[in-house]
Write a protein that binds this ligand. Structure first.
Ligand code: GDP
Length: 362
């Protein structure tokens, strides 16, 4: 899937950079453009990708703090600048636009749903969100912000891929070092997913197509991605077992939203040396995924890549009824109930984040 990426806010810019770097290192060329948008100039300065500073008249380059309503307002006011910065990059080749943001902060949390809405109005290609949920130990404001942002993204985006910041964290990760390693992991998984439909080697019936990724993401729901790998063997029978166990691992311990296995749709992508990807293993793993997710719509295919490893990339679409998503939403609702809020102007774009709206989010 040839995609143009727009990172909004600090996390959005860093994750977008990691994705663009992974795509370039691998030589995939699935990432066709990468732009970072922020209200804080110090967050944009270190980024090696193109940048766009918004909200200067209101916050003078200093950011919006954790105020996601201000983040939404600023994006609404300055969205033309962002669209201008993007216009040369979203060519006829682009098959999707992905807006990337941390949902717990201010600029990304408030700005990303507004940007997704505007991009959907202007472009015919699907507009996806890639959102980062705050870890459990982040404060109430982060949870409330993320709950409201997620609610709005679900409504505006073609699909919202989520990373829970509690996923994939090694016990000894420091917070900052932890982000770097999390971002790299996320970039690898999303980068492989985007590149899978672009495979040129050994293209045949069993190779995954971009339309399968798009169909699995579906329309309007939440999605998660999982990954695991193992050394490939010379013995084909061993590779069948290896692929089945990596698929299990990708889902049981490798998902970007842990335990979100109640899914409407799923896609298994087996990647590795074309001669080592076992047909029977893909079919077995696909059937295991059907049982595990309770979905009748499970696709499977290959992504040939020169490697001595076999890996399973699993995309789950329509996970909004999964326990982990509901637990997060409950946490956000509780935090909202405990946080005093003032009346807000309902004509404001940020009205979508009103407290009552957090109830009945899905
Ligand atoms: P903004 O700049 O106002 O949009 O705020 P941030 O992007 O800093 O959003 C804060 C949220 O993003 C918090 O929940 C953080 O845990 C998370 N976050 C910040 N930086 C990173 C990062 O580099 N990677 C990841 N995965 N999460 C981040």
């Amino acid at each position: 899937m040839k995609a143009v990426l727009v990172g909004v806010g600090q996390a959005g810019g860093k994750v977008t950079t990691a994705l663009a770097e992974f795509d370039a290192e691998m030589g995939f060329s699935a990432v066709r453009g990468a732009l970072a948008v922020n209200t804080a100039s110090t967050d944009l300065d270190p980024l090696p990708i193109d940048t766009c500073l918004i909200g200067q008249s209101r916050v003078n380059g200093h950011g919006v703090g954790g105020d996601n309503e201000l983040g939404a307002t600023v994006m609404d006011e300055d969205v033309v600048e962002v669209l201008d910065a993007l216009s040369g990059r979203i060519t006829a080749e682009a098959e999707a636009i992905i807006v990337v943001a941390g949902l717990g902060g201010g600029t990304g949390s408030g700005g990303s749903p507004v940007l997704v809405r505007e991009l959907s109005r202007v472009y015919d290609v699907p507009v996806y969100a890639l959102g980062v949920l705050p870890a459990r130990n982040e404060g109430a404001l982060y949870q409330v912000n993320a709950g409201r942002s997620l609610k709005t993204l679900i409504r505006e985006a073609d699909a919202t891929l989520l990373l829970d910041n509690d996923a994939w964290r090694a016990a000894d990760d420091s917070v900052e070092g932890g982000y770097e390693s999390l971002n790299r992991k996320l970039a690898k998984r999303i980068g492989l997913l985007l590149a899978a439909g672009e495979a040129t080697e050994g293209v045949g019936e069993s190779v995954v197509d971009t339309s399968e990724v798009i169909n699995t993401l579906g329309a309007g729901g939440i999605a998660a991605v999982g990954y695991a790998s193992a050394l490939a063997s010379e013995d084909p029978a061993e590779n069948i077992t290896a692929l089945l166990s990596t698929t299990r691992k990708a889902v049981t311990t490798g998902l970007s939203v842990p335990e979100a296995t109640n899914a409407d749709r799923a896609l298994l992508i087996a990647t590795g040396d074309i001669d080592r990807i076992p047909r029977k293993g893909v079919e077995k793993s696909r059937r295991w995924l059907e049982d595990e997710t309770g979905s009748m719509e499970v696709r499977g295919g290959d992504f040939p890549l020169q490697s001595d490893r076999l890996a399973a990339i699993v995309l789950l679409g329509g996970i909004q009824r999964s326990g982990r998503v509901e637990t997060f939403l409950e946490r956000a609702r509780q935090a909202a109930a405990e946080t005093e809020t003032e009346d807000r102007d309902r004509s404001d774009p940020a009205a979508a984040f009103d407290n009552e709206d957090l109830d009945g989010l899905l």
